[in-house]
Design a protein around this ligand. Structure first.
Ligand code: PBG
Length: 348
């Protein structure tokens, strides 16, 4: 069996999870077929804003259709609203922690740190105590603006480890300028040793930092947001110079599909993969995807839907965060549920 996957460290980790389950269940050799997608090749774009067009999926789907691969593995979050009609999402692995995590440079004062009696030292990057938050995602930006009304925002790009290193060092590339192949080299894949990280964290001093910011065209950042599931799959539980604070659904509604790994196959072969897939995850993600489909929202719309047990959490830039009760019957009619709730909010 051959598994088509993207080449990013996160995608490979996810494909290996599927490969392990397949190997255990079928006892057949499983091979990964790492591919680069349009989204990977266009790393200078603000990818979250370009979403919904299958930037990360089309090449994998082509490999399935041609027979080069037997399965394609995707982050459910990165699936476009409509996938290839010649293929089917056979299902999902059991969902990991779907929350987002606020990743703060250590020592940065923030509203969540008020509980601490000892005042945190203020960061050279903080203007009037307001945070500079780095995220290219309209969904995260829209919700962070509710949590941190004073914050200012900038873009951040690169894979998970690159982003962590940028926040730990206090700098990201500015939003407007495309990152090029000559962008500052990304951090080594492995977390730095504590001593190396301390050096990173304490240098450059504020004056040098300001100089670097203008000279290098980089801007200071205090924090970013990453998916807990992505961090976990990469084995990242801590990072030198950073604090991780998971955000509950009332603070940050996760993206549609966040934390779920989708397995796509040719239509007539889907059934054989059922033993490695999780029906409860499919049930929740189907509801979330129905909201995405009903809104058919442009890529710039700040929107999130997350189904958890008897609750549906929704965020939309026009309505803010909402929680609705979700009954068993609602799970059985995802499209109707989405239409009803979105209409009640005046969004349809
Ligand atoms: N946008 C990229 C992406 N797609 C899926 C994940 C994390 C894994 C998941 O949600 O399943 C991430 C990284 C992130 O947003 O932090």
């Amino acid at each position: 069996m051959r598994i088509a996957t993207r080449k990013s460290p996160l995608a490979l980790a996810q494909a290996r999870l599927v490969a392990t389950r397949l190997g255990e269940f079928f006892g057949l050799p499983v091979e990964l077929l790492p591919m680069s997608t349009t989204g990977d090749r266009q790393a200078q774009w603000s990818l979250e804003k370009q979403g919904g067009k299958g930037l990360f999926t089309t090449e994998l789907e082509e490999a399935l259709i041609s027979g080069e691969a037997d399965l394609a593995v995707h982050s459910a979050k990165d699936l476009p609203g409509r996938t290839s009609e010649k293929l089917i999402i056979a299902g999902y692995l059991p969902r990991a922690d779907p929350r987002d995590v606020l990743v703060l440079r250590s020592g940065v004062a923030h509203p969540g740190s008020e509980a601490s009696p000892r005042p945190a030292p203020s960061s050279p990057c903080q203007k009037n105590g307001a945070l500079t938050l780095a995220t290219g995602s309209p969904r995260r930006r829209g919700q962070l603006a509710l949590l941190f009304p004073e914050a200012s925002f900038c873009e951040i790009r690169g894979n998970v480890e690159t982003r962590l290193e940028k926040v730990a060092s206090g700098f990201a590339v500015p939003g407007g300028a495309p990152a090029s192949a000559t962008a500052p080299p990304s951090a080594p894949a492995a977390p730095a040793t504590p001593s190396a990280a301390d050096a990173l964290h304490t240098a450059p001093p504020p004056a040098a930092a300001a100089a670097t910011a203008s000279a290098g065209g980089r801007i200071p950042v205090d924090a970013t947001v990453l998916a807990a599931a992505g961090l976990a799959r990469l084995g990242i539980r801590t990072w030198p110079g950073l604090e991780f604070r998971p955000l509950d659904f009332g603070e940050m509604v996760p993206a549609v599909g966040q934390g779920a790994i989708a397995v796509q196959t040719r239509i007539d072969e889907a059934a054989r993969y059922a033993p490695i897939l999780d029906p409860a995850t499919a049930r929740a993600v189907r509801v979330e995807r129905a909201f995405q489909a009903a809104l058919d929202s442009g890529c710039q719309t700040a929107f999130a839907a997350h189904a958890a047990g008897d609750s549906l959490y929704l965020f939309h830039e026009k309505t803010g965060r909402r929680r609705f009760p979700l009954a068993e019957a609602d799970y059985h009619a995802p499209a109707d549920t989405a239409k009803r709730l979105l209409s009640s909010l005046g969004l349809l």
